[in-house]
Design a binder for this molecule. Sequence first.
Ligand code: SME
Length: 149
Amino acid sequence: MSEIKKRLSTILESPTYHTEEKLQKICHLLDQEIPYFNWTGFYFKNGDKDELLLGPYVGAATDHTVIPFGKGICGQVALSGETFVVPDVHEQDNYLSCSIDTKAEIVVPIFKNGENIGQIDIDSHTLDPFTDEDREMLEWLCVEVGKIF
Ligand code: SME
């Protein structure tokens, strides 16, 4: 297991932190360790509503604190339940801009008992930065995050 996964596991398994604190620490760790992760945050389904609410994040404040299902990359992942890698956000029609600096984005869903309950969203100021390893690590992370809900 990679060093970063070990550190993420340590946060997730901590008996002292609450879920929100764990998610916040995960955002900080990813933001610190991966230079091209320039906004890292979580969105979760708002109860029975077909919308996402912004959770813990690290990065610039965003206007998109509530995202209806289907809107933007995040809203599309809420419906598809599949990882969405966007190498160049300018090529996307259904995209919600958080920052003019953002060039690329990856969104990975989080499941609990088969239900798509949320996602991790990462924006990058670098064009096409995300590797297969990033995707694999984030998909692993989201499985682990699903277990703490
Ligand atoms: N770009 C996202 C919106 C969230 S911000 O990136 C934080 C989208 O298109 O869904």
